[in-house]
Design a protein around this ligand. Structure first.
Ligand SMILES: C[S@@+](CC[C@H](N)C(=O)[O-])C[C@H]1O[C@@H](n2cnc3c(N)ncnc32)[C@H](O)[C@@H]1O
Length: 314
């Protein structure tokens, strides 16, 4: 069969299965099978698939017809310029989460006079998307930022070598899900960032007892429990519930985090949360209730939805 006729058949299968964006899904999966870009798909639509390609495309379309997200089917997604592996044990990183990374990066860049190591903790790391994007930025891209080794002491830190400058940055991340952590560790290794980030498993701050941090970053579940059943099948059936369900009103996990946060933060701390529709005021109230003297700023995304809460301490 040619690319064109295979696609026409696939569109029909996906439309009948009421899959969202049937044509976009089929085109994308065909491009993954052939390793083509969008232009090639248009200009080479008469190309005849060989048996192996035909079989692989058929299998992909069968999976998509069960509403499996294309990213789980291909096992890969791009986030903040990094190729990340994903599977059903982790949330598929969303484009809006790139805004969260951007906020943290911009904030770090302004800290030119930070006189000691900057310790960043991410809770609920999932695939590792946020922490690995941060590690990649500070390690590979931005002059003046360096990620030093973690305090486990396996790798001698720059400070110990007597070369420590300002803005040495250490990144720590954890997740309650052992299976998610396995994905994050695999991503850290394949991106060559495994020495730049320390990963642990556990509920919120539990793996970090007795430690203090300057920056706290989290995209924890924030979908109100009642809304879970209204999510499209792609999300509801396929993505891990533990990555989505934020309990009553959606902010139960964030509230639990804020109750404990003061014990784990240095002076002049910054907290960055990803939040959802209409949650700005609620998170502001929770932050001021649980962390005295904190200042809260809410930023909206391109769709004008409350998306990022930045909580600053003195
Ligand atoms: C919305 S997902 C975000 C994943 C990733 N940070 C991202 O932005 O793509 C939330 C993550 O928080 C984790 N999580 C849920 N409850 C947690 C808890 N109590 N402590 C630590 N992690 C938790 C889930 O396992 C999931 O990986």
């Amino acid at each position: 069969m040619t690319v064109k006729s295979s696609l026409v058949k696939a569109y029909k299968i996906l439309q009948d299965a009421k899959v969202s964006e049937p044509e976009k899904s089929a085109d994308f999966l065909m491009r993954q099978v052939l390793g083509w870009d969008k232009a090639q798909l248009i200009t080479h639509s008469d190309y005849k698939l060989n048996d192996k390609e035909e079989k692989k495309f058929r299998q992909f379309i069968e999976r998509r017809s069960k509403h499996e997200p294309v990213w789980y089917i291909t096992g890969q997604i791009e986030f903040y310029g990094l190729d990340l592996a994903v599977n059903q044990n982790v949330l598929i990183p969303r484009p809006e989460t790139e805004l969260l990374v951007e906020q943290v990066v911009n904030n770090i860049k302004q800290l030119t006079n930070h006189k000691k190591d900057l310790r960043i903790l991410e809770l609920g790391t999932g695939s590792g998307a946020i922490s690995l994007a941060l590690a990649n930025e500070v390690k590979n891209k931005k002059e003046g930022f360096r990620v030093t080794s973690t305090p486990s002491g396996v790798y001698p830190s720059l400070a110990e070598n007597g070369q420590a400058g300002q803005n040495d940055i250490k990144i720590f991340a954890s997740d309650i899900s052992e299976k998610a952590l396995k994905v994050a560790k695999g991503n850290a290794k394949s991106l060559g960032l495994d020495k730049e980030i320390e990963l642990r498993q556990g509920d919120l701050f539990e793996p970090w007892k007795g430690e203090k941090f300057d920056y706290l970053v989290a995209n924890l579940p924030y979908i109100p429990h009642e809304e879970m059943k209204t999510l499209v099948l792609d999300i509801h059936h396929w993505e891990p519930r533990i990555a989505l369900d934020g309990g009553r009103e959606g902010l139960e996990i964030y509230e639990r985090l804020l109750e404990q946060a003061s014990d784990y933060l240095n002076k002049n701390y910054r907290i960055f949360f990803e939040i959802g529709i209409g949650q700005g005021e609620k998170i502001r109230n929770l932050a001021t209730k649980h962390i005295s003297g904190s200042q809260v700023e809410i930023k909206r995304d391109y769709s004008n939805i409350d998306r990022i809460a930045i909580i600053k301490g003195k």
